[in-house]
Design a protein around this ligand. Structure first.
Ligand code: NI
Length: 383
């Protein structure tokens, strides 16, 4: 066991020193595959250039999916770690190096007892979690490589809990993430002759305010949703009425119904606000991952396993951040899932240039996922 702890620390440091961005995880994939095949673990081809899936066990029980992500962010690291990033402008600021090292540990621990495993584990090393609407999870889930998994488990580093604490919470824990881009087209003219054109700017201003009434007036006070207009652009000088205006932003929700309600309200408001001001309109909608909703029974089992191993179990703070883990719970069919936050200390938020993950948390997290996976192989989601 001491040996695995040390190996995990070495993998973690190596990954941290050499972060790779979404869909560029070539060296990371090479290292992961070397470690897995070196332990005699069978790999499943996903057809993707990066990432892989490990298959462990031949028991007749349930098939359990475990997932980690491997990509880094375009951020310049600002820590004084001896193993800080050696790649300028790239950093593991979301702890995906921690996730990868944890799931490698879990895979090796499961392999050690492969003959006694009651079922099978499919361990996903996923590329491109940070890539927005072209997420690695969608492509991997659609590849068919993990169709057999009956349920899915995943982790995320969490800097606001110390090592030794796990965040486990029922129901929605991460939001759906959609993007929108609205183009309003009028007729340009001289700033002194507004009546000879159709100015898109007042329509744009009205639309921004109208969109902000969706959450406050169209949703129930008990529903959770978010509409952010993050980019507004029209014109480029003081004496010209521009031809068009552009708005871009994001819509987030904890529930599929709320997500659809907001989308419908946006269409309605764009159409009618544009008509009010005599403008043409166009919406580009980018559908991202859905909300991550934790299965209640899996939460109960996970809490029991965690407590048995001496972890402190906390609830986790809700966030309107998104996670493409939800894709595995939707493609190719609905499956129960559990997304656990693993305390990694440090205090700096994920995606901050000073983000650090405490490697002390690695080995215990691997043991937790091994034990939880075995419980699920035995009894599925029935606990
Ligand atoms: Ni992340």
């Amino acid at each position: 066991m001491e040996q695995l702890r040390e190996k995990q620390l070495a993998w973690f440091k190596q990954l941290h020193e050499h972060p790779e961005l979404s869909y560029e995880e070539f060296e990371t994939t090479k290292l992961v595959k070397e470690i897995l095949t070196g332990a005699g673990i069978q790999l499943i081809d996903t057809g993707m250039a990066t990432g892989t899936v490990a298959s462990i066990g031949h028991g007749s029980g349930h098939v359990v999916g475990l997932r980690c992500d491997m990509d880094a962010l375009p951020i310049q690291e600002d820590t004084d770690l001896p193993y800080a990033s050696k790649e300028p402008g790239k950093m593991h600021a979301c702890g995906h190096d921690f996730h990868t090292s944890t799931m490698l540990g879990t895979a090796l621990l499961l392999k050690e007892m492969e003959d006694q495993l009651p079922g099978r584990a499919l361990v996903v090393f996923q590329p491109a979690e940070e890539s927005g609407n072209t997420s690695g999870a969608t492509i991997l889930a659609q590849s068919g490589a993990v169709d057999e998994a009956e349920l899915f488990l995943a982790l995320h580093s969490y800097p606001h809990f110390e090592a030794g604490t796990l965040g486990i919470k029922e129901g929605p824990v991460m939001a759906s993430v959609d993007t929108f881009s609205v183009k309003l087209t009028g007729v340009g003219s001289h700033a002194a002759t507004p009546h000879k054109g159709i100015d898109p700017i007042p329509g744009m201003a009205a639309l921004i305010l109208n969109l902000q009434t969706i959450v406050s007036r169209c949703l129930s006070p008990f529903e959770t949703g978010l509409v952010t207009v993050a980019h507004a652009e029209a014109g480029n000088t003081w004496n010209v009425i521009p031809c068009d205006a552009l708005l871009q932003g994001t819509v987030r929700a904890m529930d599929q119904r709320v997500r659809e309600k907001i989308k419908a309200a946006i269409w309605r408001m764009v159409e009618h606000t544009a008509a009010t001001y005599g403008l043409q309109w166009e919406i580009e909608w980018g559908e991202g991952p859905g909300p991550v909703v934790n299965d209640e029974r899996l939460c109960a089992v996970a809490r029991e396993v965690a407590t048995g191993l001496g972890f402190v179990v906390d609830r986790q703070e809700d966030t309107m951040g998104g996670e493409d883990f939800s894709e595995y719970l939707r493609i190719p069919r609905e499956r129960p899932g559990l997304f656990v936050r693993v305390g990694t200390g440090g205090g700096w938020a994920n995606h901050h240039p000073k983000f650090i993950a405490d490697p002390e948390a690695l080995y215990p997290a691997s043991v937790f996922f091994r034990d939880l996976a075995i419980r699920c192989m035995e009894r599925g989601t029935e606990g």
